[in-house]
Design a protein around this ligand. Structure first.
Ligand code: G3I
Length: 432
């Protein structure tokens, strides 16, 4: 067994006296996900930018490779088979990102910015059965996260037996459209298959976690260069990130303590030393109890030399999660990036159900939050959690107050037409 630092043991002990299972996100709802179409193609890893924004240190090479079309950047390649771009990365300087003069798609606005910024979407296999969905998804985005198809229950339904088909369909479709992919997610308490949920004991859990990370990263090694290594390891009394922040009880935490995070990142690093490795969580978007706790947790990882490259801020705004104004988001992203990490808006949507967020507030949030990321060169991308309103996970999620109605939470309506939310996002990407 690897040794666990004293601070981790202490916080594990404190948590053991105060943690509970309540407050987590529910298990119901969500968009359908089956299979999609396949394809192949690739990009190559890019060279670093040489633009005026690289005055700082710490910018790794490889700025958004296959999607980058800004100055000094990376090459694009869209033929043959093999890997997608070289991973997100490399925003090195402290100076502001320079927007494109004009763009006809969000993707183009992201690619022409200097440094470029990834524009992503959660993609479902079911969505890829629809031609309009595919058209909008590929035209407007340069980055893909599989909504459900790369989770444990999808990839390893039986212990040691892997099922790649649905995930391969999404990843290959993305690569064939010169989009990068973020693997989501290697270690998470949710959407575990039954066999994994009933694991116990440090040896058993570590062995299963190691096998899963190694097999999954190994399978996608040429096509996926950024991973959510650990997702949602922290809990508060409210899903809005307020009250009693603590480590979340899970198969992994219960058996291994807080050290499961370090271990997961170390295994991932061994498996693919060049991959970008992320921690990802919800309701840590602005300044609240959970964001502070995650900040200290991640800071500790950085100080211990754990191979973490970035933090994903899910940015689910409105019920059941937090609300976050642009200025607070900017301050929060900045403090994490000051740890030397990339930051990323990883799952953005803004729920209008029950009018808890008004139409006007939704537009302001979309503009100001996208602007907050855009203005920070180390904020490498913005992923929206879906393409069109009708497919949003919020519509059927317990706690989202939608009761099966449309959450009106995204950038496109059910006819795949741009909404005013789309225009606000475009404005922010163009510096307006
Ligand atoms: O695949 C089964 C299907 O066989 C079954 O018939 C059907 C009946 O309900 O359920 C299907 O599984 C659903 C799955 O989505 C695929 O559609 C699950 O019930 C449902 O719970 C699941 O919801 C997903 C949710 O994660 C689960 O935690 C949402 O689609 C997905 O958008 C959501 O994504 C998460 C991120 O991964 C992490 N951050 C929060 C975000 C929103 O909750």
């Amino acid at each position: 067994m690897r040794s666990v630092p004293l601070t981790l043991l202490l916080s594990a002990f404190l948590c053991a006296t105060g943690c509970s299972d309540s407050g987590g996100e529910g298990e119901t709802g969500g968009a359908g996900a089956t299979s999609g179409t396949a394809g192949t193609t690739s990009g190559t890893g890019g060279a670093g930018t040489t633009s005026s924004v690289t005055s700082g240190t710490g910018g790794a090479p490889g700025v958004t490779s296959s999607v980058a079309s800004g100055t000094g950047g990376a090459t694009s390649a869209a033929s043959g088979t093999g890997g997608a771009g070289g991973g997100t990365g490399g925003a090195g300087g402290e100076e502001a990102r320079v927007p494109a003069a004009s763009a006809s798609t969000l993707r183009e606005a992201g690619e022409k910015a200097n440094p470029p910024i990834l524009i992503g979407a959660a993609i479902s296999g079911g969505g890829l059965n629809n031609n309009d969905y595919k058209r909008v998804a590929a035209a407007e985005h340069s980055y893909v996260t599989a909504e459900n198809e790369m989770k444990w229950d999808a990839l390893e339904p039986n212990a040691g037996q892997f099922s790649w088909g649905a995930a391969d369909n999404i990843v290959n479709w993305a690569v064939s459209n010169r989009m990068q992919v973020k693997g989501h997610t290697l270690v998470w308490h949710n959407q575990l298959p039954g066999w994994a949920s009933s694991l116990s004991g440090a040896a058993q859990v570590e062995q299963a976690m190691r096998r899963h990370i190694e097999n999954v990263m190994g399978h996608f090694k040429d096509r996926v260069h950024t991973w959510d290594v650990v997702n949602e390891a922290v809990l508060t009394d409210s899903d809005t990130g307020v009250g009693n922040p603590r480590m979340r009880p899970s198969v992994f935490f219960n058996a291994l303590g807080e050290g499961f995070l370090d271990l997961a990142f170390e295994i991932a690093k061994e498996q693919d030393p060049t991959a970008k490795l992320y921690y990802n969580d919800y309701s840590i978007d602005a300044l609240n109890d959970k964001a502070d706790f995650v900040y200290e947790m991640v800071k500790g990882m950085v100080e211990r030399g754990v191979p973490i490259d970035g933090v994903g801020f899910q940015m689910h705004i409105g019920p059941p999660n937090n609300e976050a104004g642009g200025a607070d988001v900017a301050a929060n992203l900045k403090r994490f990036s000051d740890l030397g990490l990339e930051v990323l808006i990883s799952e953005m949507d803004i729920n209008r159900c029950s009018n808890q967020v008004t139409a006007e507030e939704q537009l302001a949030y979309y503009h100001d939050i996208v602007e907050a990321c855009f203005q920070l060169p180390k904020c490498v991308g913005i992923t929206f959690w879906g393409i069109n309103d009708g497919r949003s996970w919020l519509n059927g999620w317990s706690g989202a107050l939608c009761n099966g109605q449309s959450s009106q939470s995204l950038l496109f309506n059910d006819q795949y037409q741009k909404k005013e939310t789309y225009n606000k996002v475009m404005d922010a990407l163009l510096g307006r």
